[in-house]
Design a protein around this ligand. Structure first.
Ligand code: CUA
Length: 290
């Protein structure tokens, strides 16, 4: 890693601890003073006021100046941290995050796509946030980044993973009935492993697109289980065993999903008319095997 990068974590944590520390000291100081006054000056112990003063100049100057300095320090730390979050280091790897109801798709420079965000350890990553339908938000707590994906608006986050691992990634903007399921992970790999992963083809050995991969990359798993469990859409387990379901039915279900609904399910599915013929056929092959 370039040594002079201030990571997003290093940009956010000091501000958090500074504000938290100030709050903790204030809470403690105010509570102790309050209890002291309640006990020391209660009416039984102190029936008459000890003195009556209208004002105390130094006291007022003190409680104006100290809080002003504290608040300005919070602003200064917060502003500097925010600038670090918006300043993408040189050499950041670009990735596009497509957010749609209710799954993520990540597209890399070479055109490869995945439903988890794979990144090399030690290299900054710039994630372009694209909302395909409604508002979503990219939220990676481990890297302290959270940013809305807004339809029609260019937005981004950057972060760098400094340790190998799997990190949570959430949608943090309510985006409909499947919002809570719009989760995935950031997989930080050693740079050479990442390079191998990125270079590996997404096509089957015979050169056709991989149906299983299309199924997860296009967000189908966001609404349809393949193990029989309940979800937003009907499960696709045992699909080929149902007599009324054939290839033509499945094709219609993908291209014009609202035309024939599975009983008991709302018309929520987008049309998958952007798939190429080869992709559509690979996906249908996969569905027929379920
Ligand atoms: Cu996407 Cu909430």
């Amino acid at each position: 890693m370039t040594p002079d990068i201030i990571t997003t974590t290093a940009a956010v944590d000091p501000v958090f601890f500074f504000i938290f520390g100030v709050c903790a000291v204030m809470l403690l100081g105010i509570s102790v003073a309050m209890l002291w006054f309640v006990i020391r000056y209660n009416r039984k112990r102190c029936p008459e006021p000890l003195s009556q003063k209208d004002n105390n100049l130094w006291l007022e100057v003190t409680w104006t100046v100290i809080p002003t300095i504290l608040v300005l320090l919070m602003f200064w730390y917060g502003w500097a941290g925010y600038l670090s979050l918006r300043r993408v280091p040189d050499g950041a790897m670009p990735v596009t995050a497509n957010a749609r109801m209710w799954s993520w798709q990540f597209v890399y420079e070479n055109g490869k796509s995945s439903d988890r965000l794979y990144v090399p350890v030690g290299q900054p990553v710039k994630v372009k946030l694209v909302a395909k339908d409604v508002l979503h938000a990219f939220y990676a707590p481990a890297f302290r980044v959270k940013r809305d994906a807004v339809p029609g608006m260019a937005n981004y986050v950057w972060f760098v993973a400094d340790k190998v691992g799997s990190y949570d990634l959430f949608c943090a903007e309510y985006c409909g009935v499947g919002h809570a399921d719009m989760t995935t992970t950031i997989e930080a790999l050693p740079p050479d492993e990442f390079a191998d992963w990125l270079a590996a083809a997404t096509k089957m050995p015979d050169g056709k697109p991989d149906g299983a991969e299309l199924f997860s990359n296009n967000g189908c798993t966001g609404c349809h289980s393949i193990d029989g469990s309940e979800s937003i859409g009907p499960t696709l387990k045992g699909l080929s065993l149902q007599p009324q379901i054939d290839r033509d039915y499945l094709r219609r279900a993908l291209l014009t999903p609202a035309a024939e609904l599975a009983p008991g399910y709302a018309p929520l599915m987008p049309a998958f008319d952007f798939l190429s013929d080869a992709e559509l056929n690979a996906l249908l092959d996969y569905l027929e095997r379920l």
